[in-house]
Design a protein around this ligand. Structure first.
Ligand SMILES: Nc1nc2c(ncn2[C@@H]2O[C@H](COP(=O)(O)OP(=O)(O)OP(=O)(O)O)[C@@H](O)[C@H]2O)c(=O)[nH]1
Ligand SMILES: [Mg+2]
Length: 313
């Protein structure tokens, strides 16, 4: 993309043209040559959207919930964007088609933009790629950006930490899996959602979660537990309310600023590391590097000594 076409694209994206938005997102997601120019142009306009993260075990009803949330946010006329990270989870096979159909209904709404993102193939890391997409969608004037990610591992935790408010979705009857959640994302959850509350066992799950929360040391924010039945739409208003309350608290307490600072630091440090490495590689040159590698492979030099040698101007 040349400079002018980047400007054109941004102008069209701002006016809501979905194809232009998609192209901008691809540029930053894949770190295309135009990515720095896109982010440079858009960065001053970021920081306006409410970024809501939705995570939890596969098949918990996250996408159904996200659809409901988007619908409700749209009633207040805000433009809404959804980033679904790896929506083709193998776990819920049959649900995927239904998901797509529901998503398509939403995507007919001009005020809702949906982007799917594969979880593999991001050189700089999935969390960073997600953060860049969120920045673009934020700058383009979406009042709310919802990020859905599947799972409760470290990578999902990293992805969802781009959010101002993180919602952890569980379902009744998880049993011991609740313990796994405890070790994983419970610490970063700002709102706990017990979805599929139409099923038996919701009370027990709420009780288990409440007990785990009571063990947390001195929480300045006590995550509320919200029951929802996303399929029928029950509890969605309460969830929106809980998210809004967390947002207000985060703003007042300085937590929002703290998180955004942390995100900025990590982005700057990552770019700094990449730039330093490129510079260093340029200075050392392929020939010297190859020579050192050969000596290490031949056991004539140990790897530590090789690095010392290469760093010596
Ligand atoms: N009984 C019941 N079923 C629900 C509810 N919410 C969602 N489901 C069903 O649960 C299944 C999975 O829903 P999804 O929204 O695709 O769940 P997900 O968490 O996004 O799934 P992955 O992204 O694959 O992890 C679908 O068949 C939904 O219809 C609910 O509140 N009650
Ligand atoms: Mg899903």
């Amino acid at each position: 993309m040349a400079a002018t076409s980047t400007d054109d694209l941004i102008a069209r994206a701002r006016s809501g043209d979905k194809r232009s938005i998609a192209r901008l997102l691809s540029a930053v997601e894949n770190d295309e040559p135009s990515a720095p120019a896109v982010l440079k142009a858009l960065y001053p306009k970021t920081g306006q959207a409410d970024v809501v993260g939705i995570t939890g075990p596969p098949g918990g009803g996250k996408s159904t919930l996200v659809n409901r949330l988007a619908g409700l946010y749209r009633e207040t006329k805000m433009r809404v964007a959804i980033v679904a990270v790896d929506p083709s989870s193998p776990f819920t096979g049959g649900a995927i088609l239904g998901d797509r159909i529901r998503m398509q209904e939403r995507s007919l709404d001009d005020g809702i933009f949906i982007r799917s993102m594969a979880s593999r193939g991001h050189a700089g890391g999935l969390a960073r790629a997600t953060a860049r997409l969120v920045n673009v969608l934020d700058a383009l004037g979406n009042g709310v950006v919802i990020v859905e990610t599947v799972g409760v591992g470290q990578e999902e935790v990293d992805v969802v930490s781009v959010a101002d408010t993180v919602c952890l979705v569980t379902v009744p009857g998880l049993g011991d899996d609740i313990q796994a959640i405890k070790a994983g994302v419970l610490e970063i959850a700002d709102v706990l959602v017990v979805n599929k509350a139409d099923r038996p066992g919701a009370d027990e799950t709420v009780r288990d979660l409440a007990q785990m929360l009571s063990l947390a040391k001195d929480p300045s924010w006590k995550p509320p537990i919200v029951r929802t039945a996303a399929r029928s739409g029950e509890g969605i208003e309460q969830l929106v309310d809980a998210i809004a309350k967390h947002r207000a608290w985060a703003e007042e307490s300085g937590e929002r600023t703290r998180r955004r600072r942390e995100a900025a630091r990590s982005e700057v440090l990552t770019l700094l590391r990449e730039a330093l490495l490129r510079r260093l590689e340029g200075r050392i040159g392929d020939a010297r590097l190859d020579a050192a590698v050969s000596r290490v492979a031949d056991r004539r030099l140990d790897p530590y000594a090789a690095v010392d040698e290469l760093l010596r101007d």
